[in-house]
Design a protein around this ligand. Sequence first.
Ligand code: ARG
Length: 377
Amino acid sequence: MRTLWKTAPAPRTEVGVDPAAAEEFIAQFHAENPQAGPAAPRIAAVRRHIDLTGTYWHTPEELAFGARVAWRNNARCIGRLYWRSLQVRDLRTVGDAAGVAGHCVEHLRAAHNGGKIRPVISIFPPQAPSRPAPRIWNEQLIRYAGYDLPGGQILGDPRNRDLTREVIDRGWRPPAVRGAFDVLPLVVETADEGPRMFLLPDDAVHEVPLEHPELPWFAELGLKWHAVPVISNNRLDIGGVSYPAAPFNGWYMGTEIGARNLADTDRYDLVPTVAERMGLDTSSDATLWRDRVLVELNRAVLHSFRRHDTTITDHHTESRRFLTHVEREEQAGRRCPADWSWIVPPMSGSQTPVFHRYYDGDELKPNFFAGSTECPW
Ligand code: ARG
């Protein structure tokens, strides 16, 4: 990987871990893992560490359990049935920007796994009172540039317009011919080095070109999407310890791409384009041309991922699996927080069983918290 740019260090902050949060987590770890023995001696040791240093160090078992439970507690995720299978990469001693970027590339490879996508999390150093943790600026490891065009239009993904401007300002050189799917460099910020940019090697970025099972012209639109969504700007909180850089992935549900990324009017906004190619009557909303396009876009996404032997799931299957998960959690005597507005798929909601009920709305920890850069540490 090539380094592109470097700047001054980030400011340091002094905040200690809340001992009550630590104790609650350690107690939970021992309650759910009886083979780990009694909680009391470990709680006493953790309290001593917090008194002395302001923080404590999770055992590898606590770390893996904490990461899996953070997934289990994440109210927005419909894919939680497999929370136990999360593969945890303990990278807490990797503190330099190049090391973080290199392991992010390894993460992409391990997660893609030849198309049989594995849920993986890479956990970089925690925030400590004496040492700010590394952070990743990109919201996902793979994001497409959104370029401002004269006239206010945007080429690419408008969602990443600010990051695109920022990295260009900092010296990233876009491809000679700019496209709608140019992968942005990774920006890793550490206290010692400031923000630094790294290009992702092509062979770590797997993409699926989109075609439709019946509409031959669909492939000519030149659409594609990346195979693995690795969220990289969430803060992982385990027992009061913050891990601001802890990128994690599952696999895609088709609607994320077909009904949102490619279809939202503030994203790729492709519904009118596809409607025209389909020859639909767009003169009135009441012809439901938007709905008809959404179905074909989503068929194209699911069909193309399958043809490329890349794991993907549809919203009907995933909704059923989620209710199985909710049932299992109930049987285990646990609460399962879920946010209806995130769980119900963005198309055909009422055709999926998750639509027809309500969920526990409380927030549980460990958990992931959005936008690590906004957190008040
Ligand atoms: N919705 C986001 C995207 O389209 C990805 C969020 C995580 N999704 C997942 N299936 N794990 O890129």
